[in-house]
Design a protein around this ligand. Sequence first.
Ligand SMILES: [Cu+2]
Length: 501
Amino acid sequence: MANRLSRRQILAIGAASLAGGVVWPKAGHANRHGGSAQYQPAGAQAKSQGGRPYWQKTYSGGPIDVAPLPPGLPGDHYKPVIVPNGAALPFKVVDGAKVFHLVAEEVDHGFDSGLRANCWGYNGRVNSTVIEAVEGERIRIYVTNRLPVATSVHWHGLYLPNGMDGVGGLTQPYIKAGETAKYEWTLRQYGSFMFHSHHDEMTQMGMGLIGMFIVHPRNPSPEYHVDRDFSLMVSEWSVKAGTARPNTVDMSDFNVLTINGKVFPSTAPLVCKTGDRVRLRLGNLGATDHHPMHIHGHHFRVAATDGEDIPLSAQWPETTVLVAVGQTRNVELVTDAPGDWAFHCHMTHHVMNQMGHEFPNMVGMKRGDLDEKIRPLLPAYMTHGHTGMDMGKMAEVMPYPRNTISMKGATGPFGDYISMGGLFTIVKVRDRLKSYDDDPGWYQPAPGTVALKASDAELARDGITVNEPSTGGGQSAPGSATTAPAAVDPTPSRMDPAKRH
Ligand SMILES: [Cu+2]
């Protein structure tokens, strides 16, 4: 009978299917094979996690016309974020709303002591002006355009009325040169967000019109409170040697990689005390590159995205967090190990300062007296990289064009060069600090805790022979100095099973 449905029944089932998904025939005779409890298909169960329904009521903050809460004030209602090499935008309170004035303008920007460029930025800074606010408050942001062209500002990741979204031409007319536009809405969320030009994006974001937008929670949980809360915007630039403007047409050969608009060694260190709870808010509004940001000596939890906090049960430990273009990531850690710990992008080309990449591979080349022969023609000529790149030597010997930073990093505490620049900074963790605002200098390690040249006595004690072929391990007995290279297993370890017999 179930197979013989009338046309009307079929139509009814069809309508139900449209309304509620697939309709299965009634399972009235499911007990034929015994058992009293009917099997409940797992796929049909409502999903929730920690009491939270699978589908939230809203992913857009809900009604936009909610009554705002009073403005939150720094010190009273939130602890301001730290913006290395930058600052939070000032505000004033007018009739219960928090009023900001953002100015888009040309900025003579120093990436480092050796490199300046005519960039575009907000309020005199490049990449490092932060808007900081509190969940529930009403904000009004005036944007004055002092650029020679039209612009607009998009508030990235924020719930707002469509007309405040800042997409030039789509949700609003352009803010023309000389004009001031007004954005206003009530913040219905908290987290790490961003803002950027959304008109001629390739040019305007590439010239520097990007920033972090931090919204603190109202009445936050105890876990929200940290000792150090850093806001770090990463980006990338193409500034050809000797030129005075970023080349925003470049799509892949970026040579200036920045944190808050600075390259190492000009990136301000992240100064922390031993045992501090630390939050790093990382944002990326570069043109095309994602940045795996890596910390030394510690692990962190990936605690939030620009979507939301990640529930503790779903946070995961990492030493490297990928911050893709258009993403923010909050990572949290306790800095419980004193020292100078590198924090940097793990793409090795992103921890280089200004350089080109269009030259042949010289690694392993026998240079002979080539440099000496060429120097009468090109004083201080140095063959590029036959043993890799000796940053310190190159910085000393090679003349650089005007307005260029070398690939060097900086001279470290041992007199040797730190061979990294670009997307690199140092987390300086100290047991005692005079002030968070002062660079505490290089870490002074306890005697015996630095990797130094091994002494003859140490080598002899441990049976380390330094002038004989190295051993590959595997075959030799512990403690015996093997004189022949370790045998190599000729059997491929991943033989195709199909080719076995
Ligand atoms: Cu990178």
